[in-house]
Design a protein around this ligand. Structure first.
Ligand SMILES: [Zn+2]
Length: 165
């Protein structure tokens, strides 16, 4: 359990840890509110061009200077496919149309689950956005140094789907 809150968001009483629905969770002794830590949803896009895929070199703290598939967090209330296209545009300047869901990736203990889509270029001009140092297309067997090993697994699944389709 990842407890981060000390006080009840409803009545500001100090939270206590209780077992609720089979897990230790923060609970308010005054108003009875239970704090549930929901998963966070992120999206990644695989944008192919001439046998290569679009990658960005990260300009953010996590994995700074290393490469990854373009993507980011989905805002609450945002349509996931739209978030995927928005992230690609913000990070790489390319306009894409979100296509098939390749998979939903999650790991034990990790609050972030990642929805991976294939996306097709429809326009724009490739240019690194504020969260990218550089952007480019790479062959899957000659990828630059990755920030997250999961990208490798994601691309392997995408190749498998393409070969079977
Ligand atoms: Zn309370």
């Amino acid at each position: 359990m990842n407890q981060v809150d000390k006080f009840c968001p409803s009545c500001a009483a100090a939270l206590e840890i209780k077992e609720v629905f089979g897990q230790q969770r923060p609970m308010c002794p005054d108003c009875g509110r239970v704090i549930f830590y929901d998963p966070k949803v992120a999206v990644l896009c695989i944008v192919p061009r001439d046998g290569q895929v679009l990658m960005m070199r990260r300009a953010t703290d996590l994995g700074y200077g290393l490469w990854g598939l373009p993507g980011g967090y989905v805002d609450r209330g945002e349509v996931v496919e739209k978030a995927a296209a928005r992230e690609v545009w913000e990070e790489t300047g390319l306009v894409v149309e979100t296509g098939d869901l390749i998979g939903l990736f999650s790991e034990p203990g990790d609050p972030v689950m990642v929805a991976v889509y294939e996306a097709k270029e429809t326009g724009g001009t490739m240019e690194a956005g504020p969260e990218a140092l550089e952007v480019g297309f790479f062959s899957i067997d000659a990828l630059p140094e990755l920030a997250f090993p999961r990208d490798q697994e994601v691309l392997a699944k995408w190749q498998l789907i393409n070969n079977n389709g």
